[in-house]
Design a protein around this ligand. Structure first.
Ligand SMILES: Cc1cc2nc3c(=O)[nH]c(=O)nc-3n(C[C@H](O)[C@H](O)[C@H](O)COP(=O)(O)OP(=O)(O)OC[C@H]3O[C@@H](n4cnc5c(N)ncnc54)[C@H](O)[C@@H]3O)c2cc1C
Length: 592
């Protein structure tokens, strides 16, 4: 297996040359004095060192050893506690955290690159800080000032971790039917009772305390999603002076044995009248949880990219070294018994598919992160609102499309190794196994598609979509004629997506099944079109520099591959969408 190397050149290309992100930072007063291109480059370089040096070497051993549970005590694999300490001491857990509580205050677009690196190094490892920063975000936006002051500083520094406790045995997608109860107490706290399952980092040995954010219902709560409240429930009680007190009434009943991410503890958590504190308003718990959803869902999309990137780094090295058969056009490595497999068209197809989808995904997730930053920091109301609507539209695409593409890329990365990809030694099969969960948790990709189509497209009457489509059309209209090999197919792709979107809006009026029938293929057509926009932007940034540096020649070649070989997938997706729901309902349940 190749050593992981953080793709810093590519990250800098996206941030500095494609999006010129320092111009955005200069326009946002809250960021203007905090970050510039030089600071960002230094942060990324340092993150590259710590992730490649301290975490990446634990990926395979962590997978082999897994987590263990013994009478409620959960241990992470050897090396994880030490690596976690190094990571936390570097300030990486609080990279995007609020400075007034000890966070680094970096924009999301920087945090997104750090997330990519840590998850490439080890997705299992990356989940612990990710859940912590997600919990911090909900606390920061919705909790009382006292709770913020008491909990955030130790969470940003990684001294304490966080978890998100939503899922119950009978309630996953449909959180409206959860049964965990919250009984109000005279002192203003609550007693939380119930069982949560599949809780990432619910218990572990990395930190001295774990702060659980728990969804529960008050005794008189209305039925369904409108009766859910959010509570902060510490594993160990925190005294008024900040010291740790008694253990709270909760524990880890067991951990799951899983297909992948084996070094991430996935816990059954039992709350037995545990003391909890309300976050936000009673019965508005789901809304408080959703504050962090856009950040987390983008983060899960980035997890997919991370795995695709690691798989590609291994595959390209292998394809250059492994010799098998001769090139169809005649021997290339004449001094060897056979040519390196990179000469074969099919191996090139797989490598280029990986490269085009990874780099398209990196640009797209950075674009969405920039919209998150604009929505959060812009002082111009209209600009902030447009960015917020773009985030709402693009987040389900980023979560589902990046992770669906990651399964394709990690499988290609395994295939390039032939039989060696199937055995454990090379690490390629682990990346496929680890990838699979990214399509499932944080809302399945099917649910992301419903969110895109139902809430974001139909729900906004097409207005959110129009922001994105208009931006692409304006780019096409203003682009130099020398870019037409990219802008012409991009314009055609947007026109096709316009037609598909109008079809969706129209057909949803007549038959409620049409949304769910079309949504997955619609999201994918959207994703390929969004990547086409990214590749056209990247081609613009690379154009004219290809003679100086092969990095830019590689970008332009990959852009051409994307438009020639991947974008045409929208045609079959579009045909499937327009076939409608009828054929899905030809069988009754017994006929399956
Ligand atoms: C390793 C791991 C880690 C996890 N970490 C956490 C965590 O930290 N915290 C937490 O709270 N949860 C966590 N989860 C839970 C995870 O988010 C859920 O498993 C996921 O949201 C799906 O819920 P479910 O498993 O109950 O599936 P279900 O909701 O039962 O869904 C089953 C299938 O039906 C489909 N479906 C359901 N409703 C609809 C609908 N309306 N329309 C169309 N299709 C539908 C789904 O897409 C899916 O394909 C984790 C799960 C795993 C496996």
């Amino acid at each position: 297996m190749a050593d992981y190397k953080a793709p810093l050149r590519d990250m800098r290309f996206v941030l500095n040359e494609v999006f010129e992100v320092s111009k955005l930072w200069a326009e946002l007063p809250a960021l203007a004095d905090v970050v510039d291109e030089e600071t960002a480059n230094a942060i990324l370089e340092e993150a590259g060192k710590v992730t490649a040096g301290s975490i990446a070497p634990l990926n395979r051993s962590g997978d082999e050893e897994g987590c263990s549970w013994d009478n409620g005590v959960v241990k992470t694999p050897a090396g994880f506690p030490e690596a976690y300490r190094t990571y936390a001491e570097g300030g990486w857990v609080g990279v995007g955290g609020a400075p007034e509580f000890g966070g680094m205050g970096m924009p999301k677009v920087i945090g997104a690159q750090v997330e990519e690196m840590v998850n490439s190094a080890s997705l299992s490892f990356g989940l612990y800080p990710m859940l912590t920063s997600g919990a911090c975000l909900s606390i920061l936006n919705h909790a009382s000032e006292d709770l913020k002051a008491q909990y955030l500083p130790n969470m940003y520094t990684g001294v304490w971790a966080g978890s998100m406790c939503l899922t119950e045995p009978h309630a996953g997608t449909d959180l409206g039917i959860i049964r965990t109860k919250a009984e109000p107490q005279a002192d203003g706290s609550y007693k939380i009772s119930g069982t949560k399952i599949f809780i990432t980092g619910g218990e572990h040995d990395l930190t001295e305390n774990i702060i659980h954010l728990v969804l529960a219902k008050l005794p008189d709560a209305p039925a369904g999603p409108k009766g859910i409240s959010l509570f902060l429930v510490p594993k160990v009680m925190v005294n008024a002076d900040g010291s740790l007190g008694e253990k709270n009434a909760l524990g880890c009943g067991s951990i799951e044995h899983k297909m992948g991410i084996k070094a991430s503890a996935t816990c059954v958590m039992n709350f037995d009248g545990a003391t909890g504190y309300l976050i936000g308003e009673v019965n508005k718990g789901l809304a408080a949880m959703f504050t962090m959803m856009n950040y987390e869902r983008l983060g899960v999309g980035i997890q997919g990219l991370s795995l695709g990137e690691r798989s590609y780094q291994n595959a390209i090295e292998y394809a250059r070294e492994r010799i098998q058969s001769r090139a169809p056009t005649g021997p290339v490595a004449k001094d060897k018994a056979a040519d390196p497999i990179i000469v074969h068209p099919d191996v090139r197809r797989m490598l280029l598919t990986m490269k085009a989808l990874n780099e398209g995904g990196r640009a797209f997730s950075s674009y969405v992160a920039m919209q998150l930053d604009t929505a959060k920091y812009s002082e111009d109301k209209a600009t902030a609102q447009r960015a917020e609507e773009l985030v709402a539209l693009l987040t389900p695409v980023a979560k589902a499309f990046l992770t669906d593409m990651a399964l394709e890329t990690t499988v290609h990365g395994q295939q390039i190794f032939g039989g060696h990809g199937f055995i454990r030694e090379w690490g390629q099969e682990q990346l496929v196994r680890d990838c699979r969960i990214t399509q499932i948790y944080e809302g399945t990709n099917g649910i992301q598609s419903l969110d895109l189509m139902g809430r974001k497209i139909v729900g906004s009457g097409g207005s959110y979509y129009k922001h994105f489509a208009d931006e692409i059309k304006a780019f096409v209209a203003s682009a130099d004629a020398s870019l037409s090999e990219f802008t012409q197919p991009l314009a055609a792709a947007v026109e096709s997506l316009d037609g598909l979107t109008a079809w969706v809006l129209d057909s949803a009026k007549g038959n409620p099944n049409e949304i769910g029938a079309a949504s997955v293929e619609y999201l994918q057509a959207f994703g390929y079109t969004a990547y086409a926009y990214m590749w056209a932007l990247m081609a613009r940034a690379a154009q004219g520099k290809e003679g100086q540096d092969e990095f830019y020649a590689s970008k332009l070649g990959t852009a051409r591959f994307y438009f020639a070989r991947l974008l045409p997938r929208i045609h079959s997706l579009s045909a499937s969408v327009k076939a409608g729901s009828e054929s899905l309902y030809l069988l009754d349940a017994a006929q399956f």
